[in-house]
Write a protein that binds this ligand. Structure first.
Ligand SMILES: Cc1cc2nc3c(=O)[nH]c(=O)nc-3n(C[C@H](O)[C@H](O)[C@H](O)COP(=O)(O)OP(=O)(O)OC[C@H]3O[C@@H](n4cnc5c(N)ncnc54)[C@H](O)[C@@H]3O)c2cc1C
Length: 402
């Protein structure tokens, strides 16, 4: 029998996981008046962006537009500008005509990025639970009542009116036994990647750091702990062999970064045909821009580029569980098919989704209604007033860097 410790705090919104999506969701919920907590399994916020060492944020713009190329703004862009002002972000010219999508990626210094995330979360009034993984949930009918977290004191219960699953792998939905779609549905997932840090920085005066190709791909199924153990062992063997071969490696990320996990069944599920055509829905609350990008170990990736002005968007109803009334999601675990997931998972899109769902959650709790019943128009106006670029309200913005 596990003894469960009670928390003396009750929250309006608990954000589960503090990667790109969770960070923005928590800041947005708190700024909109919700008593908010964010719970993160690592001791550092940022997920793949900081802890797991992929320091590129794609893609804030749609380069195929003639004007108004910036399609994502808001909290994600505010975060980038804070880093930029202290020399910790490299922002490319979003109006340039680059050959490769990745050239539009904003590169950040991961240590500085995590510190700025701390600052923005604390300034917004978010309670931080770092280094405290969620290990289970308690449910009643169509509601999640609490999450159970592993702390230094033991297992603790955290209650909230509404939970946002930003764990990337949809751990909360899985613990709640909600329906998820996993990888290709046949037990296959995209490979993960271990980042390593060379012993000598290519340019010690570079405050942003360019990790470039300092990475190895390994087989990965981040939804299965035994498989994760095997991936970690494989990653160290690869690094060991690299070092035997003469590579100078000073350290590596603490874990293999997963590209793909579970996707939660939402009220709607975004389909690749609509994504590709840039279809807009009544409940589109943010834009997203990247190509279909399914990595395959030892083989070329499946890639389909989008090369037109129509910018795909994310639906609010794809970020709300169809099975639990107080479960929402943002980031790479929202409700999409596999191809769409491989596109919407990039970090700028995750940040835009986070801001949208964090704000929606605060509105739902304040009005004491289900998140699926909030006024989409009210949400869109609020998001727009708070600096987000919102389909149906703003078509995008010009790129300006002061
Ligand atoms: C190797 C690699 C390269 C990539 N390259 C790029 C790129 O160049 N540009 C780009 O934009 N995107 C890139 N991506 C994609 C992008 O990084 C991710 O899709 C994105 O970070 C997803 O954001 P997220 O917030 O949904 O999830 P994550 O960043 O994975 O964050 C999830 C957070 O939840 C936490 N968490 C998980 N489970 C629990 C739990 N049970 N309890 C508490 N906390 C939990 C995790 O620790 C993590 O902090 C890459 C991904 C990989 C793996």
């Amino acid at each position: 029998m596990i003894h469960i410790l009670e928390s003396n705090k009750k929250y309006d919104v608990v954000v589960c996981g503090c990667g790109s999506a969770g960070f923005c969701a928590a800041v947005a919920a708190a700024r909109n008046g919700a008593r908010t907590a964010v719970i993160e399994k690592y001791s550092t916020p940022g997920g793949i962006l900081t802890v797991l060492g992929n320091n590129s944020i794609d893609q804030f713009n749609n380069p195929f537009r003639k004007t108004n190329k910036m399609v994502i703004g808001g909290i994600g862009w505010e975060f980038v500008l804070k880093l930029y002002r202290d020399g910790f972000a490299r922002i490319p010219d979003m109006n340039a005509d680059y050959v490769d999508h990745s050239q539009y990626g904003v590169k950040v210094n991961p240590v500085a990025a995590a510190k700025v995330m701390d600052d923005m979360l604390i300034d917004a009034g978010v309670d931080l639970y770092y280094g405290q993984p969620i290990v289970d949930v308690e449910t009643e009918d169509r509601m999640i009542k609490s999450v159970l977290i592993s702390t230094k004191d033991g297992v603790k219960r955290i209650e909230a009116a509404l939970f946002i699953d930003c764990t990337g792998d949809a751990d909360i939905a899985h613990f709640a036994k909600a329906t998820t779609f996993d990888g290709d549905g046949d037990g296959h997932f995209q490979p993960g990647t271990i980042r390593y840090y060379p012993a000598i920085s290519p340019d010690a005066s570079d405050k942003v750091l360019n990790y470039g190709d300092n990475r190895n791909h390994v087989s990965m199924n981040s939804t299965n702990s035994d498989m994760v153990t095997l991936s970690e062992i494989e990653s160290r063997r690869l690094l060991y062999n690299d070092m035997l071969g003469g590579k100078l490696i000073m350290g590596s990320a603490p874990a293999v970064a997963p590209r793909e996990g579970r996707r939660i069944k939402g009220i709607s599920t975004m389909k690749v045909e609509d994504y590709f055509s840039g279809k807009q829905y009544d409940d589109s609350v943010c834009y997203t821009f990247w190509f279909v990008d399914i990595h395959r170990k030892g083989m070329a990736s499946e890639i389909h580029y989008i090369k037109h002005e129509n910018t795909p968007s994310v639906r609010l109803s794809s970020m709300i569980s169809s099975e639990f009334d107080n479960l929402a999601m943002a980031g790479r675990c929202i409700s999409t098919d596999r191809q769409t997931n491989s596109a919407i998972r990039v970090k700028a899109s995750c940040m835009a989704m986070g801001q949208a769902i964090g704000t929606a959650s605060a509105v739902a709790v304040k009005n004491k209604i289900k998140i699926k019943d909030i006024s989409v128009n009210e949400l869109k106006s609020k998001l727009s007033l708070q600096g987000a670029i919102v389909p149906g309200i703003s078509d995008g913005e010009e790129f300006v860097l002061n």
